[in-house]
Design a protein around this ligand. Structure first.
Ligand SMILES: O=C(O)CCC(=O)C(=O)O
Length: 247
């Protein structure tokens, strides 16, 4: 498929997000922008690596740096360079098209996964609002709301079957109960410059990194102003001076 035939209209992205809960935008950024983005993310990452070098792992206590599974860090501190807000602009426009009645705030993060890191569990990124369901199940209020939580994953290396694509269950954002073992998995392979955006209610997981190299992915999370995202609620920062941008 050539690059031109992969360009979709905004309406197509809107329809895919509504129906599938996930959409891929190909070739969103040019090479120079990506190089700068990757440099800035790697600079933050090396500060993070130094800071955590002597801490016991996996890291669990902070809201700006966590490690869901050994070798799968998630850091949200230090994303202050101009390139981050520049890069966010076209994505913000898409998010506003996906959910025009919601006011969003957003923050940046990165999720490097080292060679040998295992997969995450299938999960949704949102909690059930009324807290009346179990596990990853949602309540009818959750699925009836206009989309209120999105993440845009921004790969900074090629995403291959070996280094672990993010796996999604399409349409699960509209379903209360899903048996992940019975569902088809959608696992888009991406190049730097492509992004995948998903509704936080969509079941997903990061696959294991079975390659020899690290998989580096940046992301932007968009949460409705009214949504109590714990990133903004827990003030236990490892880097208080570099605390999460976007509050
Ligand atoms: O690492 C991945 O591919 C998935 C990340 C993830 O699970 C998340 O953003 O909640």
């Amino acid at each position: 498929m050539d690059a031109l035939s992969e360009i979709k209209s905004t309406e197509q992205y809107v329809n895919e997000i509504a129906k599938d809960g996930v959409t891929v935008v190909k070739n969103m950024f040019h090479k120079k922008q990506l190089q700068l983005l990757k440099k800035e993310v790697n600079d933050i990452y090396s500060i993070v690596r130094n800071k955590i070098a002597n801490l016991s792992r996996p890291l669990k206590k902070h809201s700006d740096i966590t490690e869901r599974y050994l070798g799968r860090l998630d850091f949200k501190c230090g994303f202050t360079a101009n390139i981050f807000e520049e890069t966010a602009q076209p994505i913000i426009q898409l998010i506003n098209n996906f959910s025009p009645t919601i006011d969003f705030r957003h923050y940046w993060g990165a999720i490097p996964s080292v060679s040998g890191a295992g997969s995450t569990n299938m999960h949704r990124d949102v909690y059930p609002i009324l807290n009346t369901t179990e596990g990853v199940n949602l309540g009818s209020l959750d699925v009836s709301l206009p989309p209120y939580y999105f993440t845009a994953l921004i790969p900074l290396v090629n995403i291959t079957l070996e280094n672990g694509p993010t796996e999604f269950i399409k349409g699960s954002h509209r379903r209360l109960i899903v048996d992940a073992n019975q569902e088809d998995i959608y696992a888009p392979l991406l190049s730097p410059g492509d992004i995948v955006i998903f509704d936080g209610r969509t079941l997903h997981r990061g696959a294991a990194n079975q390659s020899a190299d690290e998989r580096l992915v940046a992301y932007i999370t968009f949460a409705a102003e009214w949504y109590h995202d714990q990133t903004f609620m827990i003030n236990h920062y490892m880097f208080p001076k570099l605390s999460v941008v976007g509050r």
